[in-house]
Design a binder for this molecule. Structure first.
Ligand code: HEC
Ligand code: HEC
Ligand code: HEC
Length: 132
């Protein structure tokens, strides 16, 4: 190997080692971006639960919202049911954002992380954040 070849070889190894913790961290945290679950409404719940089990919500909330929209807009079916003794409608604002009132630290943080742009807020009102 020429000296130049050796230098490049050493550089490549160095970069691979230097990049490892960064790549490793990225891979580990992509499974769970830092989202804030606590809100006044959720803190006050006796049993902390979402519309569906957490894993299902994580993967299927988009389909759920689309279904709700169709049921409300096409069929006028607004009623959803009870969670923890409170009645809810099929509504983005009145339901999802009633509990998840910290849209910036919850919905937005995860969407930014996943590079998803959500256009719903062009029309639907986002809650006034209770920023400190
Ligand atoms: C162009 C404006 C517009 C955009 C963009 C939009 N919506 Fe809506 N949406 C409406 C209107 C108007 C209604 C009917 C409101 C009603 O009857 O209460 C509605 C109703 C709904 C409802 C049922 C009622 C409620 O209170 O939420 C859901 C759920 C919903 N939309 C979800 C979404 C989601 C999810 C997105 C983004 C993927 C989205 N919408 C984007 C205009 C919009
Ligand atoms: C009654 C309060 C309540 C409502 C309404 C509600 N959520 Fe939740 N949500 C929660 C709670 C509590 C958790 C945590 C559940 C757990 O830890 O098992 C959660 C978890 C989630 C998660 C998973 C977060 C994670 O850790 O990965 C997503 C995504 C989510 N909710 C989105 C929504 C959407 C979208 C709606 C509206 C369709 C909604 N939620 C309506 C209370 C609510
Ligand atoms: C744990 C991470 C996470 C949380 C928390 C979360 N989302 Fe999402 N959301 C995603 C991912 C990932 C996608 C893209 C999924 C896909 O394309 O299949 C998405 C997509 C969506 C979409 C569809 C966007 C489109 O245009 O296709 C809507 C609507 C949505 N989320 C609403 C919400 C709302 C409202 C909340 C807060 C109440 C929320 N999400 C919280 C991860 C999250």
């Amino acid at each position: 190997m020429s000296d130049k070849g050796k230098a490049i070889f050493v550089l490549v190894i160095f970069l691979a080692v230097a990049a490892f913790p960064f790549l490793y961290n990225r891979a580990a945290s992509s499974a769970s971006p830092k989202i804030e679950l606590n809100t006044p409404v959720i803190d006050a719940m006796r049993v902390k639960q979402c519309i569906l089990p957490k894993e299902k919500m994580r993967h299927d909330h988009m389909q759920l919202l689309n279904r709700w929209r169709d049921e409300v807009v096409r069929d006028g079916q607004r009623e959803f049911g009870e969670i923890d003794g409170v009645k809810y409608e099929k509504s983005l604002q009145k339901t999802c954002l009633h509990c998840h009132s910290n849209k910036a630290e919850f919905c937005d943080r995860c969407h930014t992380y996943a590079s998803v742009s959500v256009y719903c807020w062009d029309c639907h009102l986002a809650p006034k954040e209770n920023k400190p």
